[in-house]
Design a protein around this ligand. Structure first.
Ligand code: NAI
Length: 340
């Protein structure tokens, strides 16, 4: 018991310390759209633990009062408010610095991310129309799938509204990076906390291209077969979870973690912390595709620099060629939908 008490005293001390040290941090409002969902709830919890957040707005079409009341009792910096239904969407968004969007339906076994297109495209279009109106300068973290298409949809909606800023629109691909790090560390037997693996391309099947040749730290040498297997496991990581959940949805807890990591990086960038680099799916000129995931440097205005791909192995070059046509058609499909 003494150990448990000692531990809990230490953790509450850490919480209080982060609370106090955050008082010198700028005010930052974060809005989560889809906050009552499988991803939304744990993501809202993790954002409530983030000392960089001063206001946390939780929006969904249902159930947000309960989620917000529950989370609001946690003794960390941010003030939490719940918003429900169309008529409260504007208030949820007004003054927001970062809007995280995990709204929409998840996959069931046998479905691809593209199978979600018809429902989620409409949801994203509606939410982005409201963002253009109520917080046109916010940084957008798009989680709703298919990300390869929902990001181009958002861009088109913002262009039409005259508010598009390519530096502030991000498709969240952090879960692919999180998975690649975990699978790599397990294989080469290095400390997972030290691992970095860039993942480029897009966020669906073969469009997810982990660059294990650039992974650090180097552990035991990987054979070609092992790299092929690690690549495939990273590409199919989402399906692994969908199948394990057997009809109850897709990754929610690991996605909430990944979403919180990426939002934290965006907040640090906005606050002027130097050298914040994460992989993300953004408007890009590093390939011939208009949207592409790669490492990006984050800053006070969102994307400060889209970093190049570095040296690729023949296997990675082939992966890049193989993903282009699928990624291009997902981008075109999004643009077409937004303009229909
Ligand atoms: P879920 O069904 O548990 O939650 C979705 C939430 O969105 C629900 O609470 C629902 O009420 C809400 N919602 C629906 N329409 C809305 C609207 N117009 N405005 C606001 N909220 C609305 O689904 P889950 O598991 O949380 O997944 C959400 C999305 O995230 C899915 O599209 C899923 O495919 C995607 N996803 C993305 C990943 C990524 O790596 N980017 C990983 C895993 C899932």
């Amino acid at each position: 018991l003494a150990t448990i008490l000692k531990r809990s005293t230490t953790s509450s001390f850490l919480l209080r310390r982060s609370y106090h040290s955050s008082e010198s941090q700028p005010e930052r409002k974060v809005t989560v759209l889809g906050a009552a969902g499988g991803i939304g709830q744990p993501l809202a919890l993790l954002m409530k633990l983030n000392p960089l957040v001063s206001k946390l707005a939780l929006y969904d079409i249902a159930a947000t009062p309960g989620v917000a009341a529950d989370i609001s009792h946690i003794n960390t910096r941010s003030l939490v408010n719940g918003y429900m239904g169309d008529e409260q969407l504007g208030e949820a968004l007004e003054g927001s610095d970062v809007v995280i969007i995990p709204a929409g339906v998840p996959r069931k076994p046998g479905m691809t991310r593209d199978d979600l297109f018809n429902i989620n495209a409409g949801i994203v279009k509606g939410l982005c129309t409201a963002i253009a109106k109520y917080c046109p300068n916010a940084v957008i973290n798009m989680i709703s799938n298919p990300v390869n298409s929902t990001v181009p949809i958002a861009a088109e909606v913002f262009k039409k509204a005259g508010t598009y800023d390519k530096k502030k629109l991000f498709g969240v691909t952090t879960l692919d990076v999180v998975r690649a790090k975990t699978f790599y560390a397990g294989k080469v037997k290095v400390n997972v906390a030290d691992v970095d693996v860039p993942v480029v391309g897009g966020h669906a099947g073969i469009t997810i291209l982990p660059l294990f040749s650039q992974a650090t730290p180097k552990g035991s040498n990987l054979s070609d077969e092992e790299i092929t297997a690690l690549t495939k496991r990273t590409q199919d990581g989402g399906t692994e979870v969908v199948n394990a959940k057997a009809g109850k949805g897709s990754a929610t807890l690991s996605m909430a973690y990944a979403g919180a990591v990426f939002a934290d990086a965006c907040l640090k960038g906005l606050n002027g912390v130097p050298d914040i680099v994460e992989c993300s799916y953004v408007q890009s000129t590093i390939t011939d595709l208009p949207f592409f995931a790669s490492k990006v440097r984050l800053g006070k205005n969102g994307v400060e620099e889209v970093l190049g791909l570095g040296n690729l192995t023949d296997f990675e070059k082939q992966g890049l060629e193989n993903l282009k046509s699928e990624l291009k058609s997902s981008i075109d499909k999004g643009i077409e939908f937004a303009n229909a």
